[in-house]
Design a protein around this ligand. Structure first.
Ligand code: S3P
Length: 426
C-alpha cells in the first residue's frame, strides 16, 4: 500500500500518547504466560509484533481474554505450557523468536519457531550459542529460522556475550530462571533491562550490576497487574518531527524513559533540540515521563559507540534528524543495524539518497551530511516499520512531499502512526 506524505507548511502542535512499549509488552505477556495466577496488563499495544507473542502462547494452551482495555492472562506456571499443535509463527518479531527460544529450551516438549522472510534472514546463532552451553538442543537452518527446539532440563552458565543485545540477554535469563544452578550473563555495553525489571515485578529475584546480571534457577513467577508505558521508540518519530520544525510544540504523554532506551533524547539534545520533561513518575518499575518538544534549528554531532545499545531502534529517524540539521553527524559503530528488520544502513541510505541526502558508510560508522533541504521522491519501506516511519518524518520536510510504498508495515509497532502525525498537523 502507498501513502502520500505532504510537505507541511507550518509548525506541528498538539498533545498525544503513543501505543504501549513493544519490548515491555512482550515481556509482560511472556512472564504472565508462565506465572502462577492471573496477570492483568493495561495499555498493551495492538501492534503485530506483540500480537505474535500472544498468539504463540495461545497456541501453547495459555488462556487470554480482553476485559475492556485490559489483557488478562490465566497463568498456570511453567508447567502450564503445552506443546503447540503446529509450528509457531513469530511473524516479523525478532523479540518473540529470540526470547521464546530461551524460554522453550527448558520446557519438556519440542517446538518449531518460524517467521516471515525478514525474520528468516536474521541471525539466531547469537541465542543458540549460549543456550547450547546451558544444555539446550536447538537446531536452525545455518543459524537462522526455522528453529527446532527440543526442550529439556538446563543448567546455569557463566556467559560473556560478544554483542550488547537485550534479546540475547533475555533469552539466557528466561532459560536461567528454569535451569539448575545460577546463570551469570555479561555484555560489552549495557542493553535494555526490561526483562530484569519485569521478572522482579513477577516476584523473581534477579541481581544486576551494570553490564552483569545473575539469576538463580528454579524460580516460580507469580501473576501481577501492570500498565505498559508508552513506547519511546514510537515517540521518537514524533519527537524528531517536532524538533526539526521551527515553531513546533508537541507534548507526548506517558512515555517510558528507561535510561537503557534514552539514547534518542540524549542525541537530540546534543543536536540542540529542546526536549523538556514536564512530569516524571514510575509504573511497573519503569520510569515514565511526559515530554514537551519545541522545534528549532538542529546541528550535527558525533554519536559515540557506547550509545548504540540504548539508541539502536532510533537510528533510522536520527539519520533523518541529521539530514535536516546544520553540519554533518557521525554515527559510530552502528553495524548492528544490518541485522534488524531490514539492513537499516543499506535501506536508509538508499531511500534517503533519493531525497538528495548524502550518507557515507565507513565500516560500521555512518555519516550523514546535513543541510536541511530534502527533495520530494517516491520511496520504499522495504517492509521495515521503522524505515517506513523515519521516511514519513522526512517527507514532512521534503519539497513537494513524498510517496511512500509499503506503508502497512507500521502496524508492526505503531498502529495509528499516520493518524498520530495528522493529529499534530502532518
Ligand atoms: C529488543 C532489543 C533490541 C531492539 C528490538 C527490541 C528487545 O534488539 O532492536 O527492537 O525487546 O529486547 P537487540 O537486543 O537484538 O539489539
Amino acid at each position: 500500500m502507498t501513502v502520500r506524505v505532504e510537505q507541511v507548511s507550518g509548525p506541528l502542535r498538539g498533545e498525544l500518547e503513543v501505543p504501549g512499549d513493544k519490548s515491555v509488552g512482550h515481556r509482560a505477556v511472556i512472564m504472565g504466560s508462565v506465572a502462577r495466577g492471573e496477570t492483568r496488563i493495561d495499555n498493551m499495544s495492538a501492534g503485530a509484533d506483540n500480537s505474535s507473542t500472544v498468539a504463540a502462547f495461545r497456541s501453547m494452551g495459555v488462556r487470554f481474554r480482553r476485559e475492556a482495555g485490559t489483557l488478562c492472562i490465566e497463568g498456570k506456571g511453567w508447567d502450564g505450557l503445552q506443546a503447540p499443535p503446529e509450528t509457531v509463527d513469530c511473524g516479523n518479531s525478532g523479540t518473540t523468536m529470540r526470547l521464546l527460544t530461551g524460554l522453550l529450551a527448558g520446557r519438556p516438549f519440542d517446538v518449531t519457531l518460524d517467521g516471515d522472510g525478514s525474520l528468516r534472514s536474521r541471525p539466531m546463532k547469537r541465542v543458540v550459542e549460549p543456550l547450547t552451553r546451558m544444555g539446550a538442543r536447538v537446531t536452525g537452518n545455518d543459524g537462522r529460522a526455522p528453529l527446532e527446539i527440543h526442550g529439556q532440563p538446563l543448567h546455569g552458565v557463566d556467559y560473556s556475550s560478544p554483542v550488547a543485545s537485550a534479546q540475547v540477554k533475555s533469552a539466557v535469563l528466561l532459560a536461567g530462571l528454569q535451569a539448575q544452578g545460577a546463570t551469570r550473563f555479561e555484555e560489552p555495553y549495557r542493553s535494555r533491562d526490561h526483562t530484569e525489571i519485569m521478572a522482579r515485578g513477577f516476584g523473581a529475584s534477579v541481581e544486576s550490576n551494570g553490564r552483569e546480571v545473575v539469576v538463580r534457577g528454579g524460580q516460580e513467577l507469580s501473576g501481577t497487574r501492570l500498565r505498559v508505558p508508552g513506547d519511546v521508540s514510537s515517540a521518537a518519530f514524533l519527537m524528531v518531527a517536532a524538533a526539526v520544525m521551527p515553531g513546533s510544540d508537541v507534548s507526548i504523554l506517558r512515555v517510558g524513559c528507561n535510561p537503557t532506551r534514552g539514547g534518542v533524547i540524549e542525541v537530540l539534545r546534543a543536536m540542540g533540540a529542546d526536549i523538556e520533561v514536564t512530569r516524571a513518575w514510575e509504573e511497573a518499575g519503569e520510569p515514565v515521563a511526559d515530554f514537551r518538544v519545541r522545534g528549532g534549528e538542529l546541528r550535527g554531532t558525533e554519536v559515540p559507540p557506547e550509545l548504540a545499545p540504548r539508541t539502536i531502534d532510533e537510528y533510522p529517524v536520527l539519520f533523518v534528524a541529521a539530514a535536516l540539521a546544520g553540519g554533518s553527524t557521525l554515527f559510530r559503530d552502528v553495524g548492528e543495524l544490518r541485522f534488524k528488520e531490514s539492513d537499516r544502513i543499506a535501506t536508509m541510505s538508499r531511500e534517503l539518497s533519493k531525497m538528495g541526502v548524502r550518507m557515507e558508510v565507513n565500516g560500521d560508522d555512518v555519516s550523514v551530511e546535513g543541510g536541511g533541504k530534502l527533495e520530494g521522491a517516491s520511496v520504499e519501506s522495504h517492509g521495515d516499520h521503522r524505515v517506513a516511519m523515519a521516511l514519513a518524518v522526512a517527507g514532512l520536510s521534503a519539497r513537494g512531499g513524498i510517496v511512500l510504498s509499503g506503508e502497512e508495515c507500521v502496524k508492526v509497532s505503531f498502529p495509528g502512526f499516520f493518524e498520530s502525525l495528522e493529529k499534530i498537523g502532518g
